[in-house]
Design a binder for this molecule. Structure first.
Ligand SMILES: [Zn+2]
Length: 278
């Protein structure tokens, strides 16, 4: 504690400046791809400082007097926005880094806007070059269900046994009984019950050699050997197999690489990020 003695008063007065404690927290982070905006919310009204840097091109936003409790957060997106990272850069600053595609040339700092609509709510308007870079990547697959992305591809603590495991697909939380769509045209290679934990599942082989898998269905609507069209309802969302609630577990298998992150194959309208302990 920093105290100054003020002697000019008849009695001793101590003026104390209490060190600033963690006043602020990053509460949410959303990348709205369709609007070309990054939204974030803070628990109190501090002023973020943004900068556009080159080599590699990136937007850095420092949040003063802000604590980030989680491990450094990092998501690779591989589009106009290559990656998003959040971490604690020094004792009192949380830093949000938005790595931009090298292809998104001609990024103009004038084209970058950071605005607040209400206390703690911030919107970063990304440069138009980012939207253009996103638009160049045609998403080959359809979203196989309507709902929120509830668990991404990658390492996670498994919700059933609490063990750290690789999650080799994405989970889409959706209403039970809602349709599961074939992400691309193809031929059904598996349909029905699977004992390994997928419950009722459908597997479709596509002309490109890619295979997609749809698990935990309540009902399967197709048969092995059947041809399906892109967007055809092939099953209904359920919670069969190793599952804690209604959702679709969706996988993409590539001929050489095996199971890969499906997200880069899907159109991404809005991405909400789970910042963990923060
Ligand atoms: Zn899953």
């Amino acid at each position: 504690m920093n105290c100054k003695r003020l002697w000019w008063l008849p009695t001793l007065v101590l003026v104390c400046a209490v060190p600033e404690v963690w006043a602020n927290r990053l509460k949410s982070l959303v990348y709205d791809v369709s609007q070309n905006q990054v939204h974030f919310s803070l628990s109190s009204d501090v002023e973020p400082r943004g900068a556009l840097l080159s080599n590699p091109p990136r937007i850095v936003i420092d949040l003063p007097n802000t604590e980030f409790r989680g491990e450094t957060f990092s998501r690779t997106l591989g589009r106009g926005v290559q990656a998003l990272r959040v971490g604690q850069v020094d004792a009192t600053t949380t830093r949000l880094v938005i790595e931009l595609s090298q292809n998104a040339v001609a990024i103009d700092a004038q084209d970058l806007r950071l605005r607040t609509a209400q206390p703690g709510e911030w919107v970063l308007y990304l440069p138009r070059a980012i939207a253009a870079a996103n638009a160049q990547i045609a998403a080959p697959l359809l979203w196989p269900a309507q709902g929120e992305l509830s668990s991404p591809f990658g390492w996670r603590i498994h919700p059933i046994d609490g063990v750290r495991r690789m999650h080799r697909g994405i989970d889409i939380a959706a209403a039970p009984g809602s349709p599961i769509f074939a992400a691309e045209e193809g031929v059904v290679t598996e349909a029905g019950w699977d004992d390994s934990g997928f419950g009722n599942r459908v597997e479709v082989r596509h002309p490109s050699g890619k295979v997609t898998l749809y698990a935990h269905a309540s009902r399967v609507l197709v048969e092995k050997g059947q041809s399906v069209t892109r967007g055809q309802a092939i099953a209904e969302v359920g919670s069969t197999g190793r599952s804690t609630g209604p959702h679709l577990h969706f996988e993409v298998h590539l001929p050489q690489e095996g199971r890969v992150d499906p997200l880069p194959f899907l159109p991404m309208p809005v991405l909400r990020f789970d910042l963990g302990a923060s």
